[in-house]
Design a protein around this ligand. Structure first.
Ligand SMILES: Nc1nc2c(ncn2[C@@H]2O[C@H](COP(=O)(O)OP(=O)(O)O)[C@@H](O)[C@H]2O)c(=O)[nH]1
Ligand SMILES: [Mg+2]
Ligand SMILES: [Zn+2]
Length: 302
């Protein structure tokens, strides 16, 4: 009877590929029956304890997750490179800010990776993020010489690349892992989407240690940003706590420190504008939920 601590790299049809903590052993295990009763499903990225004999290993324990992404299911991601092209396609900075919020919510350390620098100037986008804590990298993703900083950011971590299609995610993946694993550039005409549309996810070992979660895109990353009060907290460069009103939403309230910071040039007007757009969306969603809530409680006295 052996007992081994390791990590799930892959799971297909109820069989999980588990790498031992020292990376010396790879084995296949099934989930212990108890998880089914508890409605817990092991996920790629889980840190687990495996017990058993050769031929019949069982996942007996799953460690508490740092975070969990649903589509595709992957646990314990700690870093993400948010990949946006400077041109072709032109960068959607509202989407970038949404992904940054999702990273903040899930305690994933984000870096901004601006590709296609060989075709467009990066200074305008770089300036918008200069006052944020996020590292910004500008590069030509097709040039292997330029991958060192992103490789360093990923090394030793569990990472994913997120961003729209056509920005260079597959190109970067191929540069970061040992051998080519992803189709690049080719969009299947029949399907109208990238070829890499498989719903299963796998942790691919990186050249310099760590893993890349081979996720197809960013759909798993829609931010929850629960309510309008917490939204500003996901903009780390906003000076919170300095506003006159405790419940300031940083719109037109007098004595707002965030607006003052925008005027002083310490917060980018573009980030602030995206904050206002998202604030409105969160409030609209909140109002809709409240209306829905009333409908489901018809007997409630007024
Ligand atoms: N000129 C240039 N082309 C790039 C760059 N990054 C990616 N590409 C090209 O853009 C196309 C889409 O890249 P791909 O990696 O498939 O994007 P994905 O959809 O995000 O996976 C391919 O033809 C790449 O060769 C870059 O930095 N500069
Ligand atoms: Mg791709
Ligand atoms: Zn304020």
């Amino acid at each position: 009877m052996t007992e081994m601590k390791g990590r799930i790299l892959k799971g297909i049809g109820g069989f999980y590929t588990i790498e031992s903590a020292d990376s010396s052993v790879l084995l296949t295990a099934k989930a212990a029956g108890i998880f089914r009763h508890q409605k817990i499903k092991p996920a790629v990225g889980d840190h687990v304890t495996v017990i058993g004999e050769s031929d019949s290993y069982v996942i007996a324990e799953i460690e508490k997750r740092r975070n969990f992404f649903v589509r595709p299911p992957v646990a314990n991601v700690d870093r993400a490179a948010l990949v946006f092209a400077l041109a072709h396609p032109k960068p959607d900075l509202l989407l970038l800010d949404k992904l940054l919020i999702a990273c903040e919510e899930n305690r994933v350390e984000a870096m901004i990776c601006l590709t296609k620098r060989d075709t467009a100037d990066a200074s305008a986008v770089a300036e918008i993020y200069a006052k944020t804590p996020y590292p910004v990298l500008e590069l030509n993703a097709t040039s292997p010489d330029e991958l060192a900083p992103i490789a360093e950011f990923c090394a030793g971590h569990t990472v994913f690349l997120a961003g729209p299609s056509g920005v260079g995610k597959s190109t970067l993946t191929n540069g970061l892992v040992g051998q080519p694993t992803m189709d690049t550039g080719s969009v299947s005409v029949k399907l109208g989407r990238g070829k890499h549309t498989t719903r299963h996810v796998e942790l691919i070992p990186l050249k310099n240690g760590g893993y890349l979660a081979d996720t197809p895109g960013f759909s798993s990353l829609s931010p929850a940003c629960a309510d309008s009060a917490s939204l500003a907290g996901y903009f780390p460069e906003f000076p919170l706590g300095g506003c006159r009103f405790l419940d300031c939403r940083h719109r037109a309230e007098p004595g707002c420190a965030v607006r003052a910071a925008v005027e002083a040039g310490d917060v980018s007007p573009a980030r602030y504008a995206n904050y206002l757009t998202l604030l409105q969306a969160v409030e609209a969603r909140g109002a809709k939920e409240r209306r829905g809530g009333n409908k489901t409680a018809p007997g409630k006295p007024r």
